[in-house]
Design a protein around this ligand. Structure first.
Ligand SMILES: [Zn+2]
Length: 310
């Protein structure tokens, strides 16, 4: 599924990993972790709008409703169309009443996901449910929120996954997704979960990338797994926090409604550098222009971190 090679000529080990499915490459330099990058505590400067339109006293006055005139409320969460869309269908779910909650409960995450599903599960095209948390993860609003998008075409990385999976099926007659899920099961990157297994991804898209694979491919079929996703997400976010990472990006990507392909929808989450007064980012030329992230955690080291929490 992937190859690992050592880049030689350094006084310390650097791995170059390549994922066969997508051609994605990353570099892992554990020494960078010793510099304390991204673990600078959880001081969270609020760079968002003040007063905040996502806070409870303004949300029903300052966010747009759907064409029906309604917004969707599930528990604390409120879902409405994005006022500044970049997709054919682009929704926002504000997760919590609190503007800057210390942590997220399983219930808050589950209710927010349920809100996203309620407007996206039947959407045409390619759906994803996403979450940028904190400004250093690209969030323009400090108040925690998810974003769902649906477009006639998949996003670039989802396309690479779908096309890679179809190619694998053509060449082997088997499902890549079943093969990858089974080959990771019980292995050195398996963190927890059985029906919805959570694995450290071997060729990460970002720091401490963790993926959860669903047994189904489309948003409509995936609704029964909201609980499993919320429970696992709470654990991963708590672990990130213990490791000093408060900012993160998450995406759950799906095949389109009615697809006959064998894609398995999966959640992917990466830790990001916390907001700092210096505005340090973990996206630099390697990440943005060479599409090759430089990380510092070996994926096989992640299960031990979860084991330590028990
Ligand atoms: Zn707010």
């Amino acid at each position: 599924m992937f190859t690992i090679s050592e880049i030689r000529g350094f006084p310390f080990p650097v791995q170059l990993r390549t994922e066969h499915l997508t051609g994605h490459q990353c570099r892992i330099s554990p020494l960078r972790g010793e510099r304390g990058i991204g673990a600078g505590g959880c001081a969270m400067p609020d760079t968002g709008e003040v007063p905040c339109p996502f806070c409870p006293e303004r949300i029903f006055l300052e966010t747009p409703p759907f064409p029906s005139g309604e917004r969707v409320s599930v528990g604390e969460s409120v879902t409405f169309p994005n006022r500044y869309p970049f997709s054919a269908f682009h929704t926002v779910t504000v997760i919590s009443r609190s503007h800057a909650p210390d942590r997220f409960s399983v219930r808050q995450i589950r209710d927010a996901l349920t809100g996203q599903w309620s407007v996206l599960s039947d959407a045409e095209g390619y759906v994803s449910i996403n979450w940028n948390h904190l400004s250093s993860a690209g969030a323009s609003m400090h108040h925690p929120h998810m974003q769902g998008i649906a477009d006639p075409e998949p996003t670039a990385y989802t396309r690479r996954c779908l096309e890679g999976g179809a190619r694998y099926r053509e060449q082997t007659g088997e499902s890549y997704w079943e093969a990858v899920i089974e080959s990771e099961r019980g292995g050195p990157r398996h963190l927890f979960g059985s029906e919805v297994p959570w694995y450290a991804h071997p060729v990460p898209l970002g720091e401490k990338e963790i993926r959860a694979y669903l047994p189904v491919g489309t948003p409509g079929d995936a609704e029964p797994y909201i609980d499993a996703l919320a429970t696992g997400l709470e654990r991963v976010i708590a672990l990130y926090r213990e490791q000093g990472h408060c900012a993160f990006n998450m995406a759950i990507r799906f095949d389109r409604k009615g697809s006959v392909g064998d894609f398995r929808a999966f959640l992917s989450i990466i830790a990001r550098i916390n907001p700092t007064p210096a505005g340090t980012s973990d996206s630099a030329f390697m990440e943005r222009l060479h599409c090759e992230p430089v990380l510092f955690t070996i994926p096989e080291d992640l299960p031990a971190l979860f084991a330590d929490r028990k």
